[in-house]
Design a protein around this ligand. Structure first.
Ligand SMILES: [Zn+2]
Ligand SMILES: [Zn+2]
Length: 327
């Protein structure tokens, strides 16, 4: 079967036709992949800023498809379900997992990063990490489900500690920031957005946000999605005394931080990583109209995966790859 592989040479992806056909083992389902979204983490592998465990490497993690077979111990009625895949697989046995904070699991496996990814015609995955979608989710929503749930989890974690309202700023509206705008709009909130790229800013406004005013400050809550030094500096300087800055973007690069602003304003800086199993996927697929597909900007067939990866960073909105149906 066909699969998209990353080689040791950066910025090259190869479509092969002889990748081994997966077999669903006990507790697994076989999924016919229909679409895979591309995000910053995939691009970090593509551009050599992040290393896979081995080469060639099967990329991809934001995935939807259809269950076409079940392994032992799995309800056979799952065949035919349209599903999204939860690509972070915690151990479910450690202290973090038992307390429901599976995102902190030290033995967490991540499809596309620590385990082979999903950009292939078929993949075998644990059944409990595949989620059936209601018909109200279009395929375009389905391909955005995983990063939407990252955004929803960040909001859920804040909602446990704060009352939040329109005094919310989103720094950076790449695909993660855009999906955060979708998720905030779903809570009836109109966030301000700070984004230098005009196309990305316009996308955020179409999704229900408004551009921040040039010197506007005093936000009670700020989400930083760029992972960059300038982004963090803006996030900190525009947040009100006693406010919360939630960091979602990550770059691995050291950033200058004005400690005086943080201390004098008594800001709280908090990281929010992915989502927790099973609550965040369960809540999201149970919600009626996600609207996440509106962040999609470009779609490529599998054969053009390399072109898709090359173009993805410059496109305002999200790029995805359609798998199958001649694509
Ligand atoms: Zn992603
Ligand atoms: Zn664990």
């Amino acid at each position: 079967m066909r699969a998209v592989l990353l080689d040791a040479e950066p910025r090259r992806l190869r479509v092969v036709g002889d990748w081994p056909e997966p077999e669903p083992r006990t507790g697994e389902v076989l999924v016919q992949v229909r679409g895979v979204g591309i995000c910053g983490s995939d691009l970090a592998l593509f551009t050599d800023q992040r290393q896979p465990p081995e080469f060639p490497w099967l990329v991809g993690h934001e995935t939807f498809g259809e269950v076409i077979a079940t392994g032992a111990g799995v309800d056979r009625h799952r065949t035919g379900q349209r599903v999204v895949i939860e690509p972070n697989i915690p151990c479910l046995a450690c202290g973090a997992c038992r307390s429901g904070r599976t995102s902190r699991c030290p033995r967490r496996r991540s499809l596309g990063f620590t385990e082979p990814g999903t950009l292939a015609e078929r993949i075998a995955v644990p059944a409990r990490f595949t989620w059936a979608l209601p018909d109200s989710w279009a395929d375009t929503d389905a391909v955005c489900a995983e990063p939407l749930i990252v955004a929803r989890a960040a909001i859920r974690r804040v909602a446990g500690t704060r009352v939040f309202d329109d005094s919310t700023l989103v720094v950076g509206t790449g695909s993660q920031g855009a999906l955060l705008c979708v998720a905030l709009a779903g809570h009836g909130i109109t966030p301000a957005v700070l984004e230098p790229h005009p196309g990305r800013r316009e996308l955020a406004v179409r999704l229900g946000a408004r551009p921040v005013l040039p010197n506007e400050t005093g936000f009670a809550l700020t989400f930083e999605t760029s992972g960059t030094g300038p982004g963090l500096r803006e996030a900190v300087s525009r947040t009100a005394a006693g406010g919360l800055v939630v960091l979602i973007g990550q770059s691995g690069q050291p950033v200058p931080l004005d400690t005086r602003t943080v201390v004098q304003r008594q800001l709280t800086l908090a990281g929010s990583l992915i989502y927790d199993h099973p609550e965040d996927f369960a809540a999201a697929v149970g919600s009626g109209k996600p609207g996440a597909g509106r962040v999609l900007a470009a779609c490529y067939p599998m054969e053009e995966a390399e072109a898709a990866f090359r173009a993805a960073r410059d496109v305002p909105g999200k790029t995805w790859i359609r798998v199958g149906s001649g694509g």
